[in-house]
Design a protein around this ligand. Structure first.
Ligand code: GLC
Length: 726
């Protein structure tokens, strides 16, 4: 290829292309003849030769990718390289905690670092684009993809978006980067009843308040691609939602990147009942701004027909091809199909393993610790490690584990044995994840009887969360409950490592366990990280990115509820609550214990009043009043108690970390601007209203533990709002 300015090359290619070749650039197939695999099939390579393919998904062998690129560049008429794509969500070969677990670290520096490491590894394997970050705010643990999400809060999801886009993309033309894809736009986390792929029917206000901010943040951070969600939004499938994809995302937000449909979603417009045939499906998706059809075959089979019949103008196809070629040029593909990745990258393996261990430790949330059972103390004691996740390796990788390998994963048992050489460590599975075995059960109880302390490793298999993994009863399988209750019945001190892709509704477990750790799916260094927490080598600082429910009847559950006209009052039956279970979660958003104690004091504002375009500084002093060094995450919330619409009882607007030695103290600072106090109107435009804003700082969304101050938003001329709040 010549080295003209990218746009000249692109215009020249466009001029030279036939309509079939243009459609080819908008066509993506899955490797391994559609089943995923090490390479493209001979028929798929023929399509590449004929210019009928522009991008590929799920090819995982480097030489299979090199072969495909060689055919694209040297055996097709125009020599345009393929866009090679894969779901690299939380690591490529080194696997980090699932996103819900990483969110528990509340650490944008960490979020960026793990994305950076994943990009370095995946780009070295000739991958150019990842389908991450997943940015769906999730408030219903029945929905299995909560595991892939940054949790329930839109502000956290926006910070997560920014950090992941920075981490994956870095300087996009550099060989060790990936184009990031913000997915799944939009409101996929609000599927009806937590049922996968179900319809979403929410208000425009909730869409703008809760489900879109993270995508706006990703666009502002320069994300290269966006994936519309499978779901319809009030009857309009997102894959054909021109009002949002074109009107809002492209026209108002200025997104000029590539939109890639979800898997088969263009063809699903027929099942949605909005397209009569392939040509109509192609036209709807193209008019909505979907550039690449992921494996549904609609564009290759229906797009040319839609152009010839006048259903869509070829100019729309040209615009889509231009965006795809521009992305390939930005990635450096038009200069080198392998983006320089054919040269051996520096060996970062140990650094990435160390990062995986640090990320996993920070993801662990200490939910309860009665009698300070943890950290484990003393020498030469007997710890019985029991449960189906005790020696699990593959399950530690969670859903979407890319090129991660089970045999390369540190199990809980292995990590604990390495960390406690002076202890006797016995191990019994006791049962399977969902299957019982009487012999195993008896052996586990015997091991527990003989032990000083028991660690129960319970939870889900990796495949019980992630895509197509909704659970109407998101609790522990019966065999695990039987095992746990039998062990609790022995009267031994018991800690539980609860591994899952979601909060599990197991109130009975919390009533009986001494200590419980939420371990999500921690990735390649799961066992090392858990051992660091159990021994106190790492003082856990993780906090819940989702409210932890008592029962499925509470779902969706989240702290940012509107007050209603009858806020819950246990003393008054005629208020917003249930007869049979509490209205509060078992553990609130932001909950997480430590091996030490942090005291909050003296909330200060830099000003009592803020005018349009200004910001204030919020300061709080925090002291470590306990026995151990630790790191605390403090949260800044606001409440707008009187506005033109009912505002949520709390809105998160900041987080800050502070590491303190015992008896030390320090100050955390937050900046709070008018833009952050504003709220979206039903069209998503920011509205700021004069009046009182409550400013609250605390360790979680538990109102009783917050410090509060009052800030006045000064009156201003209404017309200035939108311009000043960009
Ligand atoms: C899947 C998922 C999406 C993923 C894509 C490619 O169905 O919905 O998150 O990126 O297909 O694997």
């Amino acid at each position: 290829m010549t080295h003209e300015a990218p746009d000249m090359r692109i215009e020249a290619l466009l001029q030279a292309m036939t309509l079939e070749e243009k459609v080819g650039q908008l066509t993506m197939v899955r490797g391994g003849a559609g089943a995923g695999g090490p390479e493209l099939s001979p028929e798929q390579l023929d399509d590449v030769r004929a210019g009928r393919l522009g991008s590929i998904l799920d090819i995982w062998a480097k030489d299979g990718i090199r072969r495909a690129q060689d055919v694209a560049v040297n055996e097709s008429r125009l020599g345009i390289p393929l866009l090679v794509t894969l779901d690299v969500l939380h690591g490529y070969t080194t696997i980090f905690p699932i996103p819900l677990g990483e969110a528990a670290a509340f650490d944008p520096v960490l979020w960026e670092a793990t994305a950076r490491a994943a990009a370095v590894e995946a780009a070295a394997a000739h991958i150019a684009l990842t389908y991450a970050p997943m940015l769906d705010v999730a408030r219903d643990p029945r929905w299995g993809r909560i595991a892939e999400s940054p949790g329930e809060d839109p502000w956290v999801a926006a910070r997560f978006a920014e950090a992941k886009v920075r981490g994956f993309q870095h300087e996009l033309a550099a060989p060790d980067t990936l184009a990031a894809t913000a997915k799944h736009l939009g409101a996929y986390g609000a599927v009806t009843a937590g049922r996968e792929y179900a319809s979403v029917d929410i208000s425009a206000r909730s869409l703008h308040e809760v489900h879109l901010p993270a995508f706006a943040a990703a666009v502002a951070a320069g994300v290269a691609a966006i994936m519309p969600a499978f779901n319809d939004l009030a009857g309009v499938p997102m894959t054909a939602n021109a009002a949002i994809l074109q009107g809002l995302v492209r026209d108002r937000w200025g997104f000029d990147g590539v939109m890639i449909s979800d898997f088969g979603a263009v063809a699903e417009l027929i099942a949605h009942g909005v397209a009569a045939d392939l040509a109509e499906a192609a036209a709807l998706a193209m008019q909505a701004g979907v550039d690449i059809d992921m494996v549904s075959d609609v564009y290759p089979k229906g797009l040319a027909a839609a152009v010839h019949s006048g259903l869509i103008a070829e100019a729309l196809v040209d615009a889509a091809v231009r965006r795809v070629l521009t992305l390939k040029a930005r990635l450096g593909l038009l200069d080198d199909a392998l983006r320089g990745s054919s040269k051996a990258p520096p060996d970062r393996r140990q650094a990435h393993r160390d990062l995986a261990r640090d990320a996993a430790r920070r993801a662990i949330v200490l939910l309860q610790n009665h009698g300070d059972l943890l950290p484990l103390r003393g020498e030469g004691k007997h710890l019985a490690v029991i449960g189906p996740l005790a020696d699990a390796q593959k399950d530690m990788l969670g859903p979407w584990y890319a090129a991660g390998r089970a045999d390369d994963t540190v199990s809980f048992l292995s990590g604990i044995r390495d960390a406690l050489p002076g202890w006797r460590i016995s191990h019994e599975a006791g049962c399977g994840i969902e299957t019982a075995d009487a012999g195993q059960f008896a052996a586990a109880l015997q091991a527990a009887r003989n032990a000083d302390v028991v660690l129960l490793c319970l939870g889900e298999a990796a495949g019980m969360s992630g895509e197509s993994a909704s659970r109407a009863r998101p609790d522990l399988p019966a065999c695990q409950r039987r095992l746990a209750e039998a062990v609790f019945g022995l009267g031994k001190p018991v800690a539980v490592a609860l591994g899952a892709g979601r909060p599990l509704t197991v109130p009975w477990l919390f009533e009986k366990a001494d200590a419980v750790l939420a371990t999500w799916f921690l990735g390649s260094e799961a066992g090392s990280a858990l051992a660091d927490v159990l021994t106190g080598a790492w003082n856990p600082g993780g906090k819940l990115p989702v409210s932890w429910p008592v029962a499925v009847g509470q779902m969706p559950i989240f702290y940012g509820q509107r007050p209603t006209g009858r806020p819950a009052d246990p003393a008054n039956r005629y208020t917003s609550q249930y007869l049979d279970i509490p209205v509060a979660p078992l553990f609130p958003f932001g909950h997480g214990l430590s091996y030490t104690r942090f005291l909050y004091g003296d909330l200060r504002l830099s000003a009592a009043e803020m005018s349009l375009g200004e910001s204030v500084t919020v300061e709080v002093d925090i002291a470590n009043d306990g026995p151990a060094q630790g790191e605390e995450t403090a949260f800044l919330f606001i409440r707008d108690p009187l506005a033109s619409i009912a505002r949520p009882v709390l809105e998160l607007k900041g987080m800050a970390k502070i590491a303190l030695a015992p008896a030390a103290s320090g100050t955390v600072r937050f900046a709070l601007s008018c833009a952050e106090v504003a709220f979206p109107d039903a069209e998503g435009r920011p509205v700021l209203e004069a009046g009182i804003i409550e400013v609250l700082v605390g360790p979680s969304a538990e109102r009783e533990r917050m410090l509060k101050a009052v800030l006045q938003i000064a009156p201003f001329n209404e017309g200035a709002t939108a311009a000043d709040l960009k």
